[in-house]
Design a binder for this molecule. Structure first.
Ligand code: Q46
Ligand code: ZN
Length: 300
């Protein structure tokens, strides 16, 4: 097979685009895709300070790398969630990457800084570790971005993630979530920072190829809590459909964003936003859910 762009020997075939690329032309395609997404969705501009959230996994490492190479002003943030060996190994990967390239990196450690232990809180509240973890991460993304004067928080969500989330939300007709699912979540309050997903049209496989072609180290394992998550089942179902009909995933997501999403806009609840009595971050209750977790942890 020959590369679509330079006619050299191809190393990757992208079924949904019916296109094969050599390594160099694939990277060219990848850089362009990311830049196109950022510009078309008006995510951010060159010169704006962007906080990119990294976990050490292939998607966020690819995002960090591509934003740097495309000339954006990015600082990375890694949150050590205290998930045993997984957290320690991923932190090391992220730190090494930053050190080798002299890139700015913020490290947060939820146990050392806030006394939070996901496992203990999850048992006490009988809530899944991922729901606790989600609360903590969302809070820190916003807080660190706000305190540091960043204009947007970028995450490595890819096409597979977004299509799986959409499938899950559609299966149970979660109107509120459907209204909010988008590559850009605009700020609705001066203390809420915009969230963006520059990789939303790129697949897991493309991110992995990007990482491998660039020789970037990443953590191969998934977080141990991800096992059994329904999103994994949705991804398998979508992969099956994709095999039979390449392009299904992208059509499902992009057509939803272009044609479907608008029908859910009127279910967007107007939330009564206030500032947390303890930390001042935006919340819908007197004390934000993060500060409540910190309070609970003091008794554990
Ligand atoms: S890190 Fe956190 Fe994920 Fe692990 S505990 Fe769940 S939410 S699976 S992206
Ligand atoms: Zn608070």
């Amino acid at each position: 097979m020959r590369c679509r762009r330079c006619k050299d020997k191809a190393v990757i075939y992208l079924e949904r685009h019916n296109a094969a690329f050599c390594e160099n032309c694939f990277l060219h395609y990848y850089y362009n895709q990311v830049d196109k997404n950022i510009k078309r969705e008006k995510m951010f501009k060159k010169g704006e300070k962007i906080l990119v959230v990294v976990s050490g996994g292939k998607d966020s490492m690819a995002l960090w790398d591509v934003l740097n190479k495309n000339g954006y002003d990015v600082t990375a943030m890694y949150i050590n969630l205290g998930i045993g060996d997984y957290s320690n190994r991923s932190q090391e990967i992220v730190e090494n990457y930053a050190k080798e390239r002299k890139l700015p990196l913020i490290i947060k450690n939820i146990k050392e800084e806030y006394g939070l232990e996901i496992g203990k809180i999850s048992k006490k509240l009988k809530r899944s570790p991922c729901s606790i973890c989600g609360t903590i991460k969302r809070y820190l993304f916003n807080k660190v971005a706000l305190d540091g004067g960043f204009t947007a928080v970028a995450t490595g969500h890819n096409l597979d993630d977004e299509a799986a989330t959409l499938l899950g939300n559609t299966l149970s007709w979660q109107e509120g979530y459907l209204a909010r699912q988008a590559p850009v979540l605009q700020s609705t309050h001066p203390k809420l920072v915009k969230k963006v997903k520059p990789l939303f049209t790129l697949t897991e496989r493309e991110n992995l190829s990007y990482i491998i072609f660039n020789g970037i180290k990443f953590i191969h394992d998934e977080c141990p809590h991800a096992e059994g998550a329904s999103s994994i089942l949705y991804k398998e179902v979508l992969n099956k459909l994709e095999e039979e009909s390449p392009g299904t995933k992208q059509r499902f997501l992009i057509n939803f964003l272009e044609k479907g999403r608008k029908h859910f806009q009127d279910v967007r609840e107007e939330l009564d936003l206030k500032e947390c009595k303890i930390c001042g971050q935006v919340t819908t209750t007197e004390i934000c859910s993060f500060c409540r977790l910190v309070e609970i942890s003091k008794e554990l």
